[in-house]
Design a protein around this ligand. Sequence first.
Ligand code: NAP
Ligand code: G4F
Length: 374
Amino acid sequence: MRKDHPKAAFVTGVTGQDGSYMAEFLLSQGYAVHGLKRPSSVSNTQRIEPLMQDAPQRFFLHEGDLTDSAGMARLVQQVQPDEIYNLAAQSRVDVSFDAPAYTATVDALGPLYLLEAIRLLGLAGKTRFYQASTSELFGHAEETPQSETTPFRPCSPYGVAKLYAYGITATYRRAYGLHACNGILFNHESPRRGEGFVTRKITRGLARLAQGLGGPVSLGNLDARRDWGHARDYVRMQWLMLQQPEPEDFVIATGQSASVRDFLCLAADELGLTLRFQGAGATEAAFVARIEGDQAPALRVGDPVMVVDPRHFRPLEVPALCGDATKAGKHLGWRPEVTLPQLCAEMVAADLAAARREAALRVPDHAMAEPVGD
Ligand code: NAP
Ligand code: G4F
């Protein structure tokens, strides 16, 4: 890539998990990166602070909202991007049941606004478009593992909104010749994962409990199975898709699935804890059965670490997902590099370090009770 005229990428959702890894990756490849950031009264740039410091000449933030069609067209016109990565979304499946119309506006119409901007601004020959599609499209999947040819049966407002986005992306590719692709990504996690998703809820919750901060982690369906990879591995694939001469859709997954219960046990193991489960369904709980090492000084054998709370059950659940990324392997030479135990260890280590910092800063109760002054 020419240094005096780097490629320009427009990344929506740059403040999120994938957006922050994507911006880092693109900067490392020499791109000028323009990120879309939602206006916010409190800071939402924690994940991209280092980039704002280190690459001020090539990393630019633009305030805007994906649901503002005119604003998106104005930004696309201003940036004239070579590549758009549409990563912004209301990405919580559970939240989509409570906010279905909002989820549809952001997740279905948002990508349409960007595609229309490319088309109406006459950028179809220049700007390549990546849409963050999802394994939630498969929903109650008809076959396992799921590949690019598996029928879609979404079963959440999120999945249905993302199905529209998938379809409109493919339609603009066929109708107007846009270089537009769908990455059908299975779950991917990292220490930057939002705190409401189950893996991060577990690693953060257990790490804090181990340091005497907070109570047992409360979870929903422990038997749901997901195909979990590392977000850093997955953004590389998103970029690779846009480097292909012809636009195509790809599944990206590890090909291995594990249950929420498995992930809970893996995370506990990282903290030297062996768990004992008791009860079933809505009354199940997990307790400390054995402790090794000194990672969990606040816990004793018999302490509860997890309780099931039926409020976390979903009106409709996707019981199991497992992807077949053979096409990505063949066409793009892509293989996931990080295993689930490695991913879990990285997440626990980061959350444990944060919990230790928080515990060290905590003012002991007896100190609070001391009289102030003479
Ligand atoms: P994430 O951490 O939740 O990030 C979502 C991003 O979208 C955040 O930057 C958020 O901004 C932004 N956003 C939300 N609504 C917006 C709006 N109306 N206008 C502008 N920006 C908005 O999600 P992620 O895990 O990085 O996922 C990235 C994309 O991949 C999403 O589209 C998700 O649906 C899709 N996906 C994710 C996975 C996965 O396992 N991670 C799998 C398949 C597909 P704030 O920071 O202000 O909230
Ligand atoms: O971590 P989750 O909320 O992720 P989910 O629903 O699979 O969605 C994620 O992956 C999709 C790709 O397939 C993305 F498109 C989407 O944007 C998001 O990134 O839940 C995973 C599983 C579910 O079966 C859920 O019922 O964990 C189960 N679970 C059990 N207890 C819980 C909890 N999920 C959450 N969020 N919170 C719980 O307490």
